[in-house]
Design a protein around this ligand. Structure first.
Ligand code: DOR
Ligand code: ZN
Length: 442
């Protein structure tokens, strides 16, 4: 048969196995993988000799800041950074200006992303005190899920009231994702922390003391309780601590429909040795190890970047004025491939937590997140032997800041293919603005 694209001679990687083979694409969908027929040919052949063919990596947590905060990022620059970093689909957060809480704003955001995005995209809607009457219509409009700031963060978005949250969770068939921190605990510890007692500590440690593990644990425990009594589907974004992950593990064991995520910065940094400001904060070494353990045990389902860029000037402010949030959409794949090379996890496990699990969690499987016939032909082709140094100046975000500036990695994405189209090859952008489509749960 004549295909549109054949990816040849690579090693195909699924969550369960790796095998030498080819992948054939027809009309933007995977037709088959494995051994092709001798007469199979294609308009375009990608030679993946010596490379691994992964299902398209999904970044299920990005802040592309569009509309309203486009000094920090916009959908064009954010999605370029994504595809340059091997990401095929992004899920964008609703803490923009104005917040994505109404159908009108949601549709406006679809329009922006459709015009600007190089990558396929999914969009979260915000749940706040004012939009309960619109949640069903937001779902109908294609929302991936709802986001609740349970504890305020960047944008000072208030948590919905107990009554609103209960009503929402009782009836919503989509999964609701939570930023888990307790405002009360944070404000108490923040005032303590600004006093001299903590003055001698290093910045990373101080940030973690100001919004302590206790704050995260209490919020996760509360949210789990809501889920138990409403039987809602919930997701815990960016788990930072061993304590948080143990609460998730127990809830899973007791049958709550709960999924959880962590991010490269929590897996790679120790608060006692770094100064990076993000909320919830980076923790100390024992928590970092606890998060890896939670990945091995299946407690943490997903790795996402929580790409939360700010301007270079904002990130250079003194710590208490600096906004929280780290850029990461372009560095997540290489950093995790480096971890595969170091032996922290297998490439199969990486594919499970970075492609299959995000798609399953957010209801966009089997369209995304696998290499089965009929799925969208999304691939992240990686060279596990390529060595590079991550340099903030070479990234593609609007503001080139990175906590990983200067980090050496082995393992790098060399091609990003979305619905059969090569959008990045060997570090060169080949895609076009406006190519990305909205992906929603069926
Ligand atoms: O550090 C953070 N930055 N935490 C959040 O919850 C939001 C994010 C942002 O949007 O900047
Ligand atoms: Zn976030």
């Amino acid at each position: 048969m004549r295909y549109d694209l054949i990816i040849k001679n690579g090693t195909i990687v699924t969550p369960d196995k790796s095998f030498k083979g080819d992948a054939a694409v027809y009309k933007g969908k995977i037709d088959k993988t494995g051994t092709l027929d001798p007469e199979d040919t294609a308009d375009e052949i990608y030679d993946a000799s010596g490379k691994h063919i992964l299902p398209g990596i999904i970044d299920a947590h990005v802040h592309f800041r569009d509309p309203g905060l486009t000094k920090k990022e916009d959908f064009e620059t954010g999605s370029i950074a994504a595809v340059m970093g091997g990401i095929t689909t992004v899920a964008d957060m609703p803490n923009v200006v104005p917040v994505t809480s109404t159908v009108e704003r949601f549709n406006g955001k679809i329009k922006i992303a459709k015009e600007k995005s190089y990558a396929d995209f999914a969009l979260f809607a915000l749940l706040n005190n004012d939009n309960l009457k619109e949640t069903e219509e937001l779902k109908e409009s294609g929302a991936l899920g709802f986001k609740v700031f349970f504890g305020t963060s960047t944008g000072d978005i208030a948590s919905p009231s107990t009554k609103v949250l209960l009503k929402h969770l009782e009836r919503c068939s989509l999964r609701t994702g939570f930023h888990c921190e307790s405002n009360e605990i944070n404000s108490f510890y923040l005032s303590e922390c600004r006093s001299a007692i903590f003055g001698k500590e290093n910045t990373g440690h101080m940030l973690s003391e100001a919004r302590p593990v206790f704050s995260e644990a209490l919020a996760i425990q509360t949210v789990v309780c809501y889920a138990k009594y409403t039987e809602a589907k919930i997701h815990i974004h960016h788990v930072t601590s061993q304590d948080g992950s143990l609460i998730v593990a127990e809830a899973k064991q007791k049958g709550t429909d709960i999924t959880a995520e962590t991010c490269p910065h929590y897996l790679l940094f120790d608060a006692d040795k770094c100064e990076h400001k993000v909320y919830p904060p980076i923790r100390s070494e024992s928590h970092r190890r606890g998060l890896w353990d939670a990945i091995y045990k299946g407690t943490i389902d997903i790795i996402a970047s929580d790409h939360a860029p700010h301007t270079t000037a904002e990130k250079s402010l003194p710590v208490w004025e600096e906004p929280a949030g780290l850029s990461g959409v372009e560095t997540s794949v290489p950093l995790m491939l480096n971890e595969v090379n170091k032996g922290s996890l297998s490439l199969n496990d990486y594919v499970r937590i970075a492609s299959e699990a995000p798609a399953k969690t957010w209801g966009i499987y089997p369209q995304k997140g696998n290499l089965l016939p009929g799925a969208d032909a999304d691939f992240t082709i990686v060279d596990m032997n390529m060595e590079k140094t991550i340099l903030a100046d070479e990234l593609h975000s609007k503001n080139r800041t990175s906590p990983f500036d200067g980090t050496k990695v082995k393992g790098f994405p060399v091609a990003t293919i979305i619905r059969g189209k090569i959008v990045m090859q060997n570090g060169e952008l080949k895609g076009t603005k406006g190519y990305g489509i909205l992906v929603s749960p069926k």
